[in-house]
Ligand binder design. Structure first.
Ligand SMILES: Nc1ncnc2c1ncn2[C@@H]1O[C@H](COP(=O)(O)OP(=O)(O)O)[C@@H](O)[C@H]1O
Ligand SMILES: O=P(O)(O)OC[C@H]1O[C@](O)(COP(=O)(O)O)[C@@H](O)[C@@H]1O
Length: 338
């Protein structure tokens, strides 16, 4: 049966969203479905801001960062009035299935929508934060790590030249995936992320001790600390100032910010986005609804929407352990004293 499939990109944009839109359009076209793109996330559904998407419209977009459909956060969609307007426009356009490419908030919104709309709803994990269950990687995460890594490598050059201490803030809202991965890959001497720290202020003493021990072990040498955003009240600038005062060595802050959301998607994200976009259309054909598509151990899968966002996704415990062990200088010093 030929269907009308609507697609939006919502919340923080992520490299690979275009590759996913492309895969949805090309796969849908193969089955004779029509695709409507609504623009600016859920705002487009409420305002009926739409564009028909043909294979021609998505050609040569696989390599582009950002999203050709634009993205946004949309407070109105969280209200009953906004939700009703969105449902009315979906019905008015005779949409059979809605695909939302976005993060946990977008998928929460989609879960709410499905209770008020009869069409099929399918989520696709698109966020640099990787904070969704039901998939090993979200679209954009691998690119964000590489982007952060590129900057941290450059910081290391200048940090080494001046033998300085840098505190680098990376994104991740309430999840430490980008912080942990970019810290391990860059050889950062310290990684601080929400999953490893309950109350940052009670950790200050151990952070200070860690830096002092590093200086003792490594001599006057550069130190890179990767810190997840929102971890330290006042951010890395405040932490850098606090550390500078405590240890008497100047610590410099560096906030990578939205640079981590941009750029061409790496091959992994292009391929993942292509697989998940195609798979989303395939399960629409099967009549599925209320699920997010994902990939676990290289196998495509679909999990209920409320499963993917309800629980905090676990970091790789082995990676957490070795990041801590490799730079457990406090223990090194204690052992060398024995
Ligand atoms: N609990 C919710 N109910 C309805 N809509 C929501 C809910 N949470 C988020 N949304 C919608 O999804 C949008 C994107 O969510 P947000 O958390 O900002 O980004 P992301 O999807 O990238 O995590 C929000 O602006 C809002 O329109
Ligand atoms: O661009 P904004 O609205 O300031 O949002 C910043 C947030 O968006 C992100 O880049 C992506 O998060 P989401 O995918 O959940 O929107 C977070 O890492 C960051 O905290």
């Amino acid at each position: 049966m030929k269907k009308t499939i609507a697609v939006i990109t919502s919340g923080g944009d992520a490299p690979g969203m275009n590759a996913c839109i492309r895969a949805i359009v090309l796969t849908a076209n193969r089955f004779g479905h029509q695709v409507i793109g609504f623009k600016h996330g859920y705002n487009g559904l409420i305002e009926n801001e739409k564009v028909l998407l043909s294979p021609f419209d998505v050609q040569h977009t696989i390599q582009l960062g950002g999203t050709i459909l634009k993205s946004a956060r949309c407070l109105a969609f969280t209200t009953d009035k906004g939700l009703i307007a969105a449902v009315e426009n979906l019905n008015k356009n005779e949409v059979d299935a809605l695909v939302v490419i976005g993060g946990d908030g977008s998928l929460r919104g989609l879960d709410r929508l499905q209770k008020h709309w009869d069409g099929q709803v399918i989520g696709v994990p698109g966020t640099i934060d990787n904070d969704l269950n039901g998939t090993d990687n979200t679209i954009g995460y691998q690119t964000a790590i590489d982007t952060a890594l590129d900057s941290i490598d450059k910081l290391r050059d200048t940090a080494d030249a001046f033998e300085r201490i840098f505190l680098v803030e990376v994104m991740g809202r309430h999840a430490g995936f980008i912080a942990l991965a970019s810290a391990v890959a860059s050889g950062a001497e310290q990684a601080l992320f929400p999953e490893s720290i309950d109350d940052p202020h009670t950790e200050l003493e151990s952070i200070v001790q860690h830096v002092e021990c590093l200086r003792q072990v490594k001599g006057k040498s550069s130190i890179i600390m990767v810190i997840a955003e929102h971890l330290w009240p006042g951010g890395v600038s405040d932490l850098a100032e606090t550390l500078t005062n405590q240890i008497g060595i100047e610590c410099r802050p560096c906030i990578l910010g939205h640079i981590q959301r941009g750029g061409a998607p790496v091959a992994y994200d292009r391929i993942l986005a292509t697989k998940l976009g195609s798979y989303a259309v395939e399960i629409i054909n099967e009549g599925q609804s209320g699920v997010m598509v994902g990939e676990i151990n290289n196998r495509q899968c679909a999990h209920k929407l409320n499963y993917v966002y309800s629980e905090q996704k676990e970091l790789d415990p082995y990676l957490v352990k070795i990041q801590q062990n490799l730079f457990d200088v406090v223990q090194c010093l204690n052992l060398s004293k024995k």
